[in-house]
Design a binder for this molecule. Structure first.
Ligand SMILES: Cc1cc2nc3c(=O)[nH]c(=O)nc-3n(C[C@H](O)[C@H](O)[C@H](O)COP(=O)(O)OP(=O)(O)OC[C@H]3O[C@@H](n4cnc5c(N)ncnc54)[C@H](O)[C@@H]3O)c2cc1C
Length: 391
């Protein structure tokens, strides 16, 4: 196996795609996210935009939206995809449209995703598409289906079949256009039905190669068992599982809901347990690299470096196809651009869409960047060093 070396701390490579003014904006936004009062204000402004249509869109658009999103329309997103390609970084195009409830919105979201797949296949092959099933159906309906997988009740079944047809159309279009799809993991209350649908699609479309990936949130206590189960059924049902590993974005929400409903929290009690579960999942996936294609979707430096060690340990010669790395746009460029330069298969999750519809996503990013304070300090240090170096 070739000699693989990578230095994730090369700051020149990490930030080479950003101009100095973009770097300054990144520094400003991250610094703001560290100040609890300012963050609270920013979140109230964001919620106000959603609830009362407050005219502060420009403030969000020029700050956190600019940092974490690829633009308000598909053309802006494609300009960024092309720019990232120059640095050997692919994109996972993510049309954000959260919190919709109407049938028209679900239909329109499906059409947008299908059209994006065709455009990616034609104009930017090698890039990916992400899909949130809560953008194709009402989360409350998905919750109803969760305890009653593939419902038999005629009314539920009719509506469920429409959802299944939408997902099937997305996966079929992906297969026909040679594009890979990542299906996101969401709240635990709808995750069983998401898993069931994605398994169904993997059995249908992942026969020769991986078209569809499922996402496993390793902060969930039940995920290592589910991972082993998925690998087992892929052998009996003869398909190639695509598995994207994340730690999980809804810790507080999961805990609060469990508390209100007086049940055990589905999420581990400590960060250490989540880290152990994530790293154990990386090990299981890479050990099974003959059948599993894995995406390490993480900003954790240790987990990314562990993956590289395991690529060597399990002698994964075909690692450029079998192991993908991905980070969110606006975060952890050190990991993305240094891995890309070293020849790994790396992508950025690239959300785009109207500012208002992106706000739940932006709030999650803001929370995440405050809750990981230790890592945020390191990221701020890196930005400050690079800004000094550029003077
Ligand atoms: C490319 C990409 C795609 C993503 N897709 C999804 C998705 O589909 N669904 C989704 O939910 N998230 C998704 N995420 C978000 C992801 O879950 C968060 O970015 C991630 O949790 C941050 O973790 P990290 O691996 O970067 O590492 P770290 O920053 O080291 O870990 C932070 C995470 O650890 C966990 N954690 C922190 N404190 C505790 C505690 N006290 N107890 C238990 N656990 C704790 C939480 O999950 C927290 O987010 C995605 C992220 C990326 C990069």
């Amino acid at each position: 196996m070739e000699n693989i070396t990578v230095n994730l701390e090369n700051l020149k490579t990490a930030y080479s795609y950003k101009s100095t003014s973009e770097l300054k904006l990144t520094h400003f936004v991250f610094k703001t996210l560290q100040k609890p009062n300012l963050l609270k204000l920013l979140k109230s402004v964001a919620s106000g935009i959603i609830k009362y249509n407050l005219p502060f869109k420009f403030l969000i658009k020029k700050t956190i939206f600019k940092l974490f999103c690829a633009g308000e329309n598909i053309d802006e997103a494609f300009t960024l995809i092309k720019k990232l390609e120059e640095y050997k970084v692919n994109s996972v195009l993510d049309y954000v449209s959260e919190g919709e409830k109407s049938e028209n919105a679900f239909l329109s979201n499906t059409e947008t995703i299908v059209s994006n797949i065709k455009r990616v296949g034609k104009d930017c092959p090698g890039n990916y598409i992400s899909v949130k099933l809560s953008g194709l159906e009402d989360p409350l309906f998905l919750k109803q289906c969760n305890s009653n997988l593939f419902p038999k009740d005629p009314l539920l079944a009719k509506r469920f079949n429409i959802l299944l047809q939408r997902v099937d159309l997305i996966c079929l279009t992906a297969k026909e256009n040679n594009v890979t799809i990542y299906i996101d993991a969401e709240d635990r209350y709808m995750q069983d039905i998401i898993d069931a649908i994605v398994e169904f699609m993997m059995k249908k479309y992942n026969k020769k190669n991986v078209v569809v990936f499922n996402t496993l949130q390793m902060y969930l206590k039940d995920r290592l068992n589910y991972l082993n189960h998925l690998i087992e059924i892929s052998k009996t049902d003869d398909f190639y599982p695509g598995i994207k590993l994340v730690r999980g974005a809804y810790v507080e929400k999961e805990r609060e809901e469990a508390l209100i409903e007086n049940r055990e929290s589905p999420v581990f009690d400590t960060k250490e347990e989540t880290d152990n579960s994530f790293n154990a999942a990386v090990d299981i996936c890479l050990k099974n690299h003959e059948i599993v294609t894995t995406c390490i979707a993480s900003h954790n430096y240790k987990s990314n470096l562990l993956t590289i060690d395991l690529i060597k340990k399990y002698n994964i010669v075909d690692y450029k196809n079998k192991i993908k790395f991905s980070q969110l746009f606006g975060m952890c460029d050190g990991i993305t651009f240094n891995l890309a330069k070293a020849g790994f298969s790396v992508s950025k999750y690239l959300p785009y869409g109207e500012v208002k519809k992106a706000i739940p996503y932006l709030i999650r990013r803001s929370d995440e960047n405050t809750s990981i304070n230790g890592q945020m300090n390191e990221e701020l240090n890196r930005l400050e060093i690079e800004l000094k170096n550029r003077k």
